[in-house]
Design a protein around this ligand. Structure first.
Ligand SMILES: C[S@@+](CC[C@H](N)C(=O)[O-])C[C@H]1O[C@@H](n2cnc3c(N)ncnc32)[C@H](O)[C@@H]1O
Length: 189
């Protein structure tokens, strides 16, 4: 699809962090194999991952939350271009201020990295019984390679704490997948 390439180029030239190809391929297979068709995403950016997930099957429905106005505008434009307005619901606002009543097969956490634990705790109640929560970038490879700053060290510590938090959960079983910059896949027990 021409639009996918266009979005990849846009992300590259405008420094928009979109999901890595290897992680996206893994996520797509996971969704396809398990028919995780009702999806919630935290962090839409330009809707690159949301559109890729929606293209898996006509049965896929994606609800995606984004707080940044420029991203929201670009995401809206891309979703319209892909003719997916019926199957991708873009919610504008801070995920922490959004209350959802629906239940999802898969929750994809891809918002601010320092907030993963809060995202997980806030939205785990929106997971269906046999659902999964997928957290992206848990190895923070890009960050570790680029900078050694205090802020990035704090983020690495936060992400390590998040991984320990996931390991300690009694109601979830988490698998850490060493692909791209890391995925954590947490299944309800
Ligand atoms: C890594 S990007 C998302 C990339 C996108 N999922 C993709 O792969 O195409 C993270 C996005 O999450 C958004 N974000 C971060 N914290 C958020 C929050 N609390 N509520 C809503 N959006 C948030 C940021 O504005 C940013 O656009």
């Amino acid at each position: 699809m021409e639009l996918i390439k266009e979005m990849e180029d846009y992300a590259l030239h405008n420094h928009v962090p979109i999901i890595r190809k290897s992680n996206l391929d893994y996520l797509i297979n996971l969704i396809r194999e398990n028919k995780y068709y009702n999806i919630l995403e935290i962090g839409s950016a330009i809707a690159y991952s949301a559109i890729n997930m929606a293209l898996i099957s006509e049965e896929v429905r994606v609800t995606t939350i984004e707080r940044n106005t420029d991203m929201i505008n670009k995401a809206k434009e891309n979703i319209e271009k892909a003719r997916l307005t019926e199957r991708i619901i873009l919610i504008k606002g801070d995920a922490f201020e959004i209350e959802l009543n629906d239940k999802y097969d898969l929750i994809f956490i891809d918002g601010a990295k320092a907030q993963y634990k809060r995202f997980f705790s806030k939205f785990k109640g929106n997971l269906k019984d046999r659902g999964v929560i997928v957290s992206d970038n848990v190895n923070l490879l890009d960050l570790q390679r680029i900078t050694n700053s205090k802020r990035s060290k704090r983020l690495v510590t936060k992400m390590d704490e998040y991984k320990e938090f996931l390991k300690g959960l009694e109601d979830f079983e988490t698998e850490f997948i060493d692909i791209g910059d890391g995925f954590a896949i947490s299944k309800l027990k």
